[in-house]
Design a protein around this ligand. Structure first.
Ligand code: C5P
Length: 412
C-alpha cells in the first residue's frame, strides 16, 4: 500500500507561482517556503498585503525570491514593471500562504481592494489557500461559510493544521508547515488536473441519492449529498475529460462545462447509464442507489386508515447499475464505491470481485466527519492487486487525487 502523497517527486522547473502573503504570524515562514520551492525549480513572485509587511519585510522576500516584491495596486512604477494583469497571467498557480480570515473573506466576496485580491479575480489559474488563524476564528460561521464559498468556486484549501497557536490556543488554524506545502505543490503539478491528462476521454459519473416513489408525494431515499460525485466530475473536467453526470436529486449547482442528466429513480439512472457507458472511457458509480424500489407505486396519495395501525410496502430489488455497466461487452474502466461501517477492506474487495469492477473506492462511513453529507472524506482504493490509501482531505482534494490515480491505472 502507498499513500498518494508520496508518489510524486515532480520537478517544479518552469512553474510560475505567485506567492500571496497576508498578515499572519505564519508569514515568518514564507522566506523558507520561497527557498524550498525555488530549490525545486519554481519561479516565485511574491505579492504582499499591507498586513503581511508588519510581520516580514518585502526586502527579505525579494532577496530569497530573486524578484521584486509587489505590494501595491496603485503604484505606477510597479504597474509599469509587471502590472496586476500581467502577474495574474504569468502565474500558473496563486498560492496564498498564510491566508488570514480577512483575505479569505475578501476573496470570497470577490473584492479587489488590494493587489492580491485583484490578482485572484484577474487570473484563470488555480488558486490555493493555506489558512492561518486563531482556532476560534477558523471555526467561526463566517470563516467556514467563506471557505465553503471558495471550495464551490474550485479554490483549493490546504490545511489548516492543528496544534499550539501563537496566541496560546490549541486547535485547528495553524498554517501547514513548509515541507507539507512544498509536497502539496509538487503533488498538484504531478496530478492529472494540472496536465490536461484526460484530454479526449469521456467520463460518465453517477452521483447523489435515488428516490423511489411510494405514491405521488412520498418516496424512499438516503442522505447522499452528491458532493463526492460532483467533485470527481469537476476534477475529471479540469484534467481535460468531457464529463457527463447522471445525478439523483441534490442541492448542488451543475459544475461548469459538465453535462448533467437529472434522474429520480434507480431505474432511470440505470437506463441513462446503460445508454451512455458504452461510449465512455471511464464510468464512476458514486451514486448511493437505493437497493430496493416499491413494487406497486400507488397512483394516488395513500391515506391513513383508522382500521389498521400497520402498513406493509412490498419492495423489489433495483438493478445494480455499476455491475450492469461492468458486464457490458465494451465496458469502460469501471469504478465503484463501497461505503461501509465495518470490515471495510473485506467488504470492498468482495464487491470489487462480485461486481467485476476495475477499481473500488472504500470509505468507512462510521467515522464521524467523513463520507455521507460531509465535506471531507478518506478513501482506500483497491484493484485486483493494488491497495492505495488516499488520506483524509476535502472531497475536492480527494477527487483530484482519485482522478490522478485512475488516469495512472488506465494508462498501464
Ligand atoms: O452494493 P453496494 O450498494 O454497497 O455498492 C456500492 C457501489 O455500487 C457504488 O459504486 C454504487 O454506486 C453502486 N451501485 C449501483 N447500483 C445499485 C447499487 C449500488 O450502481 N443498484
Amino acid at each position: 500500500m502507498y499513500s498518494s502523497a508520496c508518489v510524486s517527486m515532480e520537478n517544479l522547473a518552469g512553474k510560475n507561482i505567485v506567492l500571496g502573503i497576508s498578515g499572519g504570524i505564519a508569514a515568518y515562514k514564507t522566506p523558507e517556503l520561497v527557498r524550498r520551492l525555488k530549490e525545486h525549480g519554481a519561479n516565485i513572485r511574491v505579492v504582499m498585503t499591507e498586513g503581511a509587511k508588519a510581520f516580514i519585510t518585502p526586502l527579505s522576500l525579494q532577496a530569497v525570491s530573486g524578484n521584486a516584491v509587489s505590494d501595491s495596486l496603485l503604484d505606477t512604477e510597479a504597474e509599469l514593471a509587471m502590472g496586476h494583469i500581467e502577474l495574474a497571467k504569468w502565474a500558473d498557480m496563486i498560492l496564498i500562504a498564510p491566508a488570514t480570515a480577512d483575505v479569505i473573506a475578501r476573496i470570497a466576496a470577490g473584492m479587489a481592494n488590494d493587489l492580491l485580491t485583484t490578482i485572484c479575480l484577474a487570473t484563470d489559474s488555480p488558486i490555493v489557500v493555506a489558512p492561518a488563524m486563531n482556532q476560534q476564528m477558523w471555526h467561526s460561521k463566517a470563516t467556514q461559510h467563506n471557505i465553503a464559498t471558495l471550495q464551490e468556486r474550485d479554490v483549493t484549501i490546504w490545511g489548516p493544521g492543528a496544534g499550539e497557536q501563537a496566541c496560546g490556543d490549541v486547535g485547528l488554524g495553524r498554517m501547514l508547515d513548509v515541507p507539507e506545502l512544498v509536497t502539496l505543490v509538487k503533488d498538484y503539478y504531478a496530478s492529472a488536473s494540472s496536465k490536461g491528462i484526460l484530454k479526449g476521454q469521456h467520463w460518465v459519473i453517477t452521483a447523489g441519492p435515488t428516490r423511489e416513489a411510494i405514491d405521488p408525494v412520498r418516496y424512499i431515499s438516503n442522505h447522499s449529498s452528491g458532493k463526492m460525485g460532483y467533485a470527481i466530475a469537476v476534477a475529471a473536467k479540469k484534467a481535460g475529460a468531457s464529463v457527463t453526470i447522471i445525478s439523483g436529486p441534490v442541492n448542488l449547482d451543475k459544475p461548469q462545462g459538465c453535462d448533467l442528466i437529472s434522474v429520480d429513480s434507480a431505474v432511470d439512472m440505470h437506463e441513462s447509464s446503460i445508454n451512455l457507458a458504452p461510449a465512455a472511457d471511464v464510468f464512476v458509480a458514486c451514486a448511493a442507489v437505493a437497493d430496493y424500489r416499491v413494487a406497486n407505486v400507488a397512483e394516488h396519495k395513500i391515506k391513513k386508515t383508522s382500521s389498521n395501525d400497520n402498513m406493509t410496502i412490498e419492495l423489489v430489488k433495483n438493478p445494480d447499475i455499476v455491475a450492469s455497466v461492468a458486464s457490458l461487452p465494451n465496458k469502460p474502466f469501471t469504478v465503484g464505491f463501497a461505503a461501509e461501517t465495518q470490515d471495510v477492506e473485506q467488504y470492498a474487495k468482495a464487491k470489487l470481485a462480485r461486481k467485476k469492477l476495475d477499481l473500488i473506492c472504500a470509505n468507512n462511513v462510521a467515522i464521524e466527519g467523513q463520507g455521507f453529507n460531509s465535506d471531507n472524506n478518506a478513501l482506500t482504493l483497491f484493484t485486483e492487486n493494488l491497495e492505495i490509501a488516499l488520506p483524509f482531505a476535502s472531497k475536492s482534494e480527494l477527487a483530484q487525487r482519485l482522478v490522478t490515480e485512475i488516469s495512472t491505472l488506465i494508462a498501464q
